[in-house]
Design a protein around this ligand. Structure first.
Ligand code: PS7
Ligand code: MN
Ligand code: MN
Ligand code: MN
Ligand code: MN
Ligand code: MN
Length: 347
């Protein structure tokens, strides 16, 4: 029996949720619980950006070709035939791109307001990724800018989707600064935690302005050469990430839909737990440090309202405070303790 277009559409959206489960360990669960009005739009938004990031992360592509793909990726969203099958063998997400026409077909069925938001963010992110293909993250300002392109923009786009859906106030889409912070905190946590893997792959995200205060070469961070100094550098990276905490609390405080709240809060709770685990922890320099499974499950159940999120943040700041007291020779010990104490006092 031939399927009607509508049934085919349902099957294709299901296939998109399968892509989502295959490509994200952490986002699949939270996206599936979002209010039905925007659940599919957020899923498609995720898959579009995941496709773009798969190209950015693919070190086997010719650089000129990669630049064209990143710059033009937003236009492929309007080409129902487009897909991609030349990705390198080591990219685990490549088959999303090989069947990308399915994502495109669902994208083109969404209302135009959602399409416009997603295409606009995709265009800006691709352009930003291109800038950093040829530019190093030298200053702290560069670091902020790179994270804005690959994650701050995601937050800004999500706020626009939430407002456009009517589930959140129109004020939210105007709060670009705190929407940016939501993405920056997740991205910086990822960049801190992945330092070993990234540096060994010759991908440098820790800004020179920070690591040069502690080590002579970025590779020294992961070579067991000067573990003490490398750990002080790690701590300074954690200190930098902590600056976003007031914005995160302000953002989460302004949400009104409980499903959007959980979707936004759970990843932030995982991130603060990850920062606390990584802080002053030299294992980060050698391996991918993760929070315990039981801790993650607890956070999922706990991060459902702003009071609980504040409690979570206090709990992890207290853990960090204890660790900071033991970091006796860290040149930033005073600043670390003072930052943690100030954040703790003002929650
Ligand atoms: C649309 C939910 C909730 C206001 C695919 C969610 C790299 C950290 O180490 O590739 O390279 O493997 O696993 C997510 C703000 C973005 C920022 C971003 C789209 C939160 C492509 C997620 C996620 C904003 C660019 C993990 C930022 O990367 O790391 C949707 C509010 C995608 C969010 C990249 C990174 C995610 C990330 P690695 P991943
Ligand atoms: Mn990943
Ligand atoms: Mn990337
Ligand atoms: Mn990536
Ligand atoms: Mn990857
Ligand atoms: Mn990473």
């Amino acid at each position: 029996v031939e399927k009607t277009n509508k049934m085919k559409g349902v099957g294709e959206m299901k296939r998109c949720y399968t892509f989502l489960e295959e490509t994200s360990r952490s986002f699949a669960a939270v996206i599936q619980e979002i209010h039905p009005e925007i659940r599919d739009a957020v899923c498609i938004y995720y898959l579009v950006l995941r496709g773009l990031d798969t190209i950015e992360d693919d070190m086997t592509l010719n650089i000129q070709y990669k630049k064209t793909l990143l710059a033009d990726f937003h236009t492929y969203l309007y080409d129902p035939q487009w897909n991609f099958d030349e990705s390198g063998p080591d990219e685990k997400d490549a088959h999303l791109l090989m069947e990308f026409h399915i994502v495109i077909s669902q994208f083109l069925k969404m209302n135009k307001a959602y399409q416009d938001i997603i295409a606009d963010i995709t265009k800006k992110m691709g352009a930003g990724m291109n800038i950093y293909l040829e530019k190093r993250v030298n200053s702290v300002a560069d670091y902020e800018e790179y994270c804005y392109y690959v994650a701050g923009l995601v937050g800004i786009g999500l706020s626009k989707l939430f407002s456009a859906s009517g589930l959140e106030d129109h004020a939210l889409e105007k709060m670009e600064n705190i929407s940016n912070s939501m993405g920056l905190f997740l991205q910086k946590t990822n960049i801190i935690r992945d330092v070993n893997e990234d540096v060994l792959d010759n991908r440098r995200f820790w800004p020179t302005e920070i690591w040069s205060k502690h080590v002579n070469y970025i590779n020294d961070l992961v070579l067991n050469k000067n573990v003490e100094n490398a750990t002080y550098c790690l701590n300074e990276m954690c200190l930098n990430a902590l600056h976003h905490i007031p914005d995160i609390i302000e953002y989460l405080s302004s949400l009104r839909d409980p499903t959007i709240f959980n979707f936004c809060a759970i990843p932030q709770a995982m991130a603060i737990a990850t920062i606390a685990r990584c802080f002053n922890n030299q294992l980060v320099l050698d391996e991918n440090v993760k929070i315990r499974k039981g801790e993650a499950i607890r956070l999922i159940y706990e991060a459902t309202n702003i009071n609980n999120v504040q409690k979570i943040i206090i709990r992890y700041l207290d853990e960090m405070h204890k660790k900071a007291l033991t970091a006796k020779n860290d040149p930033n010990q005073k600043q670390l303790i003072s930052k943690i104490t100030t954040l703790r006092t003002n929650i």
